[in-house]
Design a binder for this molecule. Sequence first.
Ligand code: LIP
Length: 281
Amino acid sequence: MADDWQEEYNFAVEVARKAGAVIRKAGESEIKISTKSSTVDLVTQTDKRVEKIIWTDLQSKFKDKNYSFIGEESTETSCVLTDNPTWIIDPVDGTTNFVHGFPFVAVSIAFAVNKELEFGVVYSCLEDKMYKAQRGKGAFCDDEQLSVSDVKDIKKSIIISEHGTDRSPEKVKKIFSTMQRILCIPVHGLRGSGTAATNMCLVASGAVEAFFEIGIHCWDIAAGAVIVKEAGGMLLDVNGKPFDLMSRRMVSANNNIIAQRIIKEIEIFDVIRDDGQPQKT
Ligand code: LIP
């Protein structure tokens, strides 16, 4: 029988909960802020410490396996997703929220085999909500099964997006002109939790109809992608083509009607893919 990765999944839930407890306990001293791609792309000692804890636990538990690892804080420039079973980790999704005490911070752990996502775990640690899904087995928040919204009328939707960390005027202009067009459809509202992983769990739980963003990374969305799909939702590239985990852009939605309507309004701008390859046009 093909491996169902049950042991890896169960342990991922355990490690996510442990990492979330570390984040909650991290004191002021740990929130020593550094920056990465821009002055507002923050990273703290907690991000690095939590990723090390996760990776150490995974390596120790599965020491006889040769699993690969993609982690936000251990990726310098680009990362390649191979066919090898691969952990895809964001130790603290919502770092800016964490620094400011804004209450949405998630540990995101996904597992891909042959470039297919097998399971995803998103622990919203300040809310103490464990979102999780295994391919073909449904999506859950703690013990409650999740299902996306059944709304088909965009004018009765809430849409989530984020403005990311790029503050170049031309990109900010495109981001906000897209948001303005969507808001003025009109939709019921635009929201953003500050963490892609949590935003995708809000789509999966039916609280909002769609989340899109250009500029996220594979580690932000890998786990959420499984959770959205297993809750009955769907994912596409922002140009309407198939979802591409490494492209750094995506639309996740409750159904194709909402997804296509959002895609019509998105003003696409260039981002360098996580794997450094040219974008697929
Ligand atoms: C965050 C993403 C969010 C994006 C932020 C940031 P991080 O991830 O989850 O969608 O808008 O700019 O990248 O950096 O907090 O792990």
